[in-house]
Design a protein around this ligand. Structure first.
Ligand code: FAD
Length: 450
């Protein structure tokens, strides 16, 4: 078999690449190969399926299989790509439910969208029944089945990052007693120190037990229960465990042919998203990504990044000669009644990158106080005090306080290298139930100018 474009991986990167190619060139029918039966599923939605807010897992599909095929994209499901031969330009595939059926598919352009994989911590007993990792649709379906068919009352989450916290809320919503065990001295260490305590308080207010500065070492089965032990005399007896301690790049295929790799094993790519071997592109969780502020490569395992990479790869395969402008690490998370969001560099990252950093944290109301209910919000701004360029911002507040959209104002400004004076001249909207004549984001920047 011979194909113009072969894409390995049918998630955010693979499908966004294929869709862009179809938008630009109807003569190319990209072939997307994925080693599971869940093409184009929103794994970002897994916590909301586990919580019961999304009623069935099928609803997590961004598009149904037929919709993808109807767009002119070929799909090979449940099929593992086992090897790449870049000299002769073919891949070897193995359909998972068939024996000894390695087939060759020749390509003109190859796209690697093999994504990420869980970092597996060194903990004894991770393979025991009742212990789950949260990454794939199969994980979510199996975990949900386990919760439904066992008398599960107590759950423990290993890892207090974004996914761990979303899972904590999900399990509380399901009526479980939840404990989080985090190795670092606080949860959500990707946000600034002031916010971390408020996040921890929000968890505790909602009944989550938070244990920090503690490493889980061992999980053992005792009757129906799982016993979790670790340092600092950790000993918890629970019915189930969900582990989520981070993502690294899944790059075995490229490693075998000597593709250059960097941070967390991710493929090194140039601004056109080309790897170190001709006619092979890579993006999403399996590739490094450019930071627009520092102009250095970094690793962000984010769906937003994978979609952008996919679009650029599609553009370049179709001859548009586009360069990726880089990302600035914009992220948000909803946790019970709180939303926490960040964009650009944190104070620590800005210092590390040699900027002369100035930071200010503003506490404000989200809109005019005379129109209830009003919510407190906290806005931290990070600037380069020499040039007055805004380098980063973090905002935290009630989920009704438009935190995510407010961080996006900063994201647009930072992406466009705006300075404090220009930011304060932005013509933002105002009506008393939603904001103030100066929006809190501008008030925060005015504070730092004082
Ligand atoms: C629980 C959870 C919540 C998240 N929430 C958010 C969020 O709120 N916002 C956000 O921006 N991001 C979020 N993310 C991250 C986001 O989901 C990922 O960044 C995104 O899925 C990456 O897309 P990708 O296509 O690069 O890789 P992946 O989604 O990892 O997909 C890789 C694909 O490659 C296939 N594959 C791998 N190896 C082979 C092979 N050898 N042969 C064939 N197929 C292969 C896999 O089957 C899969 O289809 C979340 C992730 C998780 C797990």
């Amino acid at each position: 078999m011979e194909k113009e474009v072969v894409i390995i991986g049918g998630s955010d990167l693979g499908i966004s690449t294929a869709l862009r190619i179809r938008e630009l060139n109807k003569n190319i029918k990209p072939l997307v190969i994925t080693n599971n039966n869940f093409p184009n599923f929103s794994i970002c939605g897994i916590p909301f399926y586990i919580s019961g807010e999304v009623k069935c897992w099928q609803n997590l599909a961004h598009r149904k299989e037929d919709d993808i095929r109807n767009k002119g994209i070929e799909l090979l499901l449940n099929t593992e790509v086992t090897n790449i031969n870049h000299q002769e330009k073919y891949i070897l595939i193995k359909e998972k439910d068939k024996k000894d059926n390695r087939k060759k598919i020749f390509y003109n352009k190859l796209v690697l969208g093999t994504g990420g994989k869980n970092i597996i911590p060194k903990i004894e007993g991770l393979g025991l029944p009742g212990v789950f990792f949260m990454r794939w649709m199969e994980d979510a379906i199996n975990f949900n089945r386990y919760l439904e068919s066992n008398k599960v009352k107590d759950a423990l989450i290993i890892g207090g990052g974004y996914v761990g916290l979303e899972m904590a809320e999900a399990l509380v919503k399901r009526g479980l007693n939840v404990t989080i065990v985090e190795f670092f001295d606080n949860v959500l260490t990707t946000v600034n120190r002031n916010f971390r305590d408020m996040v921890k308080n929000e968890l505790e207010k909602n009944g989550v037990k938070v244990i920090t500065s503690t490493a889980v070492k061992k999980i053992e089965k005792e009757g129906d229960k799982l016993i979790v032990t670790g340092n600092n005399s950790l000993k918890e007896k629970v019915d189930t465990i969900a582990a989520s301690v981070g993502t690294e790049a899944n790059t075995k295929l490229g490693k075998d042919i000597g593709l250059k790799r960097g941070i967390k094993g991710a493929y090194k790519v140039n601004r056109k998203m080309q790897t170190s071997i001709e006619d092979i592109y890579a993006g999403g969780d399996c590739a490094e990504t450019l930071n627009n502020i520092t102009d250095k490569y970094t690793y962000y395992a984010l769906g937003t990044v994978a979609h952008k990479h996919g679009r650029i790869i599609g553009d370049n395969i179709c001859g548009l000669d586009k360069e990726f402008a880089g990302v600035i690490g914009t992220q948000s998370i909803k946790l019970f009644d709180l939303v926490i969001a960040r964009t650009g560099l944190s104070e620590e990252e800005a210092v590390k990158n040699g900027f002369n950093v100035k930071t200010k944290l503003l506490e404000s109301w989200d809109h005019k106080v005379y129109y209830p209910p009003v919510y407190k919000m906290y806005t931290e701004v990070i600037i380069d005090s020499d040039s007055r360029r805004i380098l980063g911002a973090q905002i935290m507040g009630n989920k009704n306080a438009e935190i995510a959209k407010r961080i996006d104002i900063f994201a647009a400004a930072i992406f466009n290298k705006m300075k404090t004076n220009d930011f304060n001249q932005l013509d933002l909207s105002y009506t008393p139930p939603l904001s103030s004549p100066w929006d809190p984001v501008q008030m925060a920047v005015q504070e730092i100018e004082k």
